[in-house]
Design a protein around this ligand. Structure first.
Ligand SMILES: [Zn+2]
Length: 77
């Protein structure tokens, strides 16, 4: 099984790079606010792992700013 390993790589190395680039360039791929909020409440929900990726790995500024706002407003004094 001598397969050709020298495949060409895109200049964006990781999926994180790609997502970050897309978020920066297009501002796209943000989850719906309801899903973002659901992720806040249930960060371990497998159904929300794309949201997790979006905010934790890609570190979308928009969504993280939203989360910060919710965190600040949900603190009980
Ligand atoms: Zn986002």
């Amino acid at each position: 099984m001598a397969r050709d390993k020298a495949s060409k790589e895109p200049h964006l190395k990781t999926l994180g790079d790609v997502v970050r680039w897309v978020v920066d360039e297009l501002g796209a791929m943000c989850p719906a606010p309801e899903r973002l909020q659901a992720y806040n409440q249930r960060p371990n929900d497998p159904a929300l792992r794309d949201v997790r990726y979006h905010v934790e790995e890609a570190q979308c500024r928009i969504c993280n700013a939203e989360r910060e706002r919710w965190k600040a407003s949900s603190q009980p004094g």
